[in-house]
Design a protein around this ligand. Sequence first.
Ligand SMILES: Cc1cc2nc3c(=O)[nH]c(=O)nc-3n(C[C@H](O)[C@H](O)[C@H](O)COP(=O)(O)O)c2cc1C
Length: 368
Amino acid sequence: MQSPALFKPIQVRDLCLRNRIVIAPMCQYSAEDGCMNEWHLMHLGKLAMSGAGLLTIEATAVSPEGRITYADLGLWNDLTYAAMSLTLDSIRRWSDTPIAIQLNHAGRKASTDLPWKGGAQFSPGSGFGWQTVAPSPAPYTKGDHLSASLDKAGIREIRQAFADAAQRAAKAGLDAVQLHVAHGYLLHQFLSPLSNFRTDEYGGSVNNRMKFPLEVFDAVRGVFPSERPVSVRLSATDWVKGGLQLEQSFAFANELKQRGCDVIHVTSGGLDPSQDIPIGPSYQVPFARKIKEEVGLPVVAAGLITGFDQAEGIVSTGDADMVGLARTILFDPNWPWHAAAHLGGKVRAPNQYLRSRPSNYRDLFDVE
Ligand SMILES: Cc1cc2nc3c(=O)[nH]c(=O)nc-3n(C[C@H](O)[C@H](O)[C@H](O)COP(=O)(O)O)c2cc1C
């Protein structure tokens, strides 16, 4: 039987993924002062045993003000670095699954409560809140406080914070870095005409609006080791009339390609609460396909990819090079095992679990 496309390795720079299953970044809102703790060891440790080709650490703030909530993970100083290194060292002792990290600044969507406590935004000085910053002082939603508009010094500071965090990520041995330019956070806020009303060189035309995200990309690519990949997560469209459209995403992705971006992780929305999204299985896959065709970079498609044949179809038809799973793999952390069993692939499992293999799947595990 031909081996399934989902379980074919893929090489990106020096990083070789055993299969095309990428665990998408998922905020856990469980850090303390930006530091990883036992939760992250349990959560990431569990996912590192899943057999996925790549595990991506949640949106990680490059500065305290860049956190979505007060319990977001960070990588802005020695303490956050030390906590992350400790966690990663423990996981790596038992798993060789490659690990990437998503770097983020939440911009105007920062300073909110935990999602399971309603997620409302704290105003500066109230509760766990602080003053948010953004390209322009336009709130995300009614009831949010006004962000401070970033001046040139503020822009330089955040660019440097991204570079510093990428350097820490490199030192912690992370295999890849992903820039979060999606879901309405700061870099997406610069890109979208619905949140960027600047009249300087960072606003106006799409070329101006992409200037800051590209500067951040250059700063990160410049410090992250050249043999390790840097990817970008991009909201291909805002799903709002007058917002970011696919053609502008092509332009941005083309610029990224020229600057050495390795992979585009395609998602959508999150910038404006009036978004109208026709949600359904694989609903973002067509964007991934179009970006891949237009730009010629490898793409990850994500969003309601839940089925084994569905995922195999996406990769085997070339719609995307990899699939990104979030809720799917939280619900079933051994999804890659089950996919391999269903499709006739091989998957890596810890030696301690090899005896779990059902007798009708003799060749399921790819033993070290
Ligand atoms: C609990 C949770 C946390 C998430 N956190 C992030 C995040 O940190 N960064 C990000 O880009 N997307 C985040 N997302 C979005 C997912 O990565 C993914 O794009 C989305 O859930 C659609 O994929 P799914 O249908 O497989 O869940 C999160 C989703 C969930 C469910």
